[in-house]
Design a protein. Sequence first.
Length: 521
Amino acid sequence: MIPVGTKKNSGLVLGIALAFGGLSMTGVGCVADSVDEGDGVDEVGTNLMSFEEFEASVYREKDSGVYIVNGDEPIADIKLLREYWESHVREGALIVHRRGSADAKWNDTQKVNITYCVSTTFNNNHNTVVQAMASAAAAWEAVANVKFVYLSNLNSNCTASQSGVVFDVRPVNAGGQYLARAFFPGDSRSVSNVLIDSSSFSTSPPLTLTGILRHELGHVLGFRHEHTRLSSTGCYEDSNWRELTTYDAASVMHYPQCNGTGDWSLTLTQRDAQGAALLYGQPGSGGSGGSGGSGGSGGSGGSGGSGGSGGSGGSGGSTTQNVSGSVSTNQFVQVGSFDVTAGTTFSAVMTGTGDPDLYVRFDAAPTLSAYNCRPYAAGASETCTLTVPSGTTKAFIGVNGYTSGTFNIAATYTPPASGGGTVRNVSVSGSVAAGANAHHGPYAVIPGTPFTAAMTGSGDPDLYVQFGAQPSLSSYACRPYLSGASESCNLTVPAGQTQAYVMVNGYTSGSYSVALTHTSP
């Protein structure tokens, strides 16, 4: 089963529905998720349970203090647990929310650089987990334009506070409550983890650790339990999802015991692949890739000409604006709007007294039910750190009084470019042997401005673009990975990045010409 989101995270559904996840061993169905093939299904109905009764019935992880509801949904603290009860338990069945009015998914930059580490505290099972993660990740990478990047150098300090990765993979003692659990895109770093119980290493075929992790990584990509779509499955959770494909009873995200037609091998179906591609785009069709070789200079690669008369460009620097105020209980105040640049980071850090709650939303003012970020923590210390979506020019901040209090908010963001930059058109060319690499750059760039690379040529060279460092076969911001030499990357320079790099790898030998357009300081 699958632990579903924290706090209020919500998800999108599909032909692979969107949500948090974790495989549970002990109950079957929505009340007590289970992977016990022989168990029956617990129906979810009106229970009219008091909050105290509900709290007493909820499993709480010993190490983290996180509550697990609905079999595998993490709830960070008692404040969020009470809200969950008020919204979804007091009146009947448990359900999972969407995050405000938006789908929970990775943006175009994040989706190809979903980094993770695997804790060395797995001890003798460490290599087993590493291999299972690689196999599970490969299954999703084969059907959608996503990339999981394993950073083994961080394994020795692979914890929930490791800021060098998107998520950590760690062992947990769940006491048999679940096999594994995961998270949604956009969750806070502290709960962005894949936790694996020791029982996952002693399952019986066809259930394997790789299958469990295929299911869990589906949640990491935002996909929700497929069986929530029909009440007839006996495991219906809610109707708060967005359909990507028609219902699929054999989906990797569908528990077999919930009237599913798949088995416990938990493999991706054709509809799973279709749903993933609809959300994240098709993977490259250039095959499985070459051997990579040792690199090599890869040919002549010309320096190209500078060009462009100079566009508007900006300094690319961030600014911090401080706002403060007070709220009474249940009072919602709009703090202000901020002109922002797509692809950059927007950060709002709140301190104060009492228990005000921070809300951030792009393109429109936030409300109690519509937001892109709402930490919803106890007390006044809350933080939202978000990437400004493509096409967005405004960010809005609001504060609601969970109790009365005061607040001070430091909003850090990158204003739109406003002069001083120069648009440059550069062309580089060369040839590569099969398995060899040709590197070009660095190119000076401004955060929030476009960076485009369009390649033509002969044979089958592959285009790679990265910011801040040379790209490699496993580290890049863009890699179309198509058959032939016609490939292009259209990117927004991320916040904090001032240099772009280009690499061409020979899937087969070939020649190439790459036209680059970017704004330099």
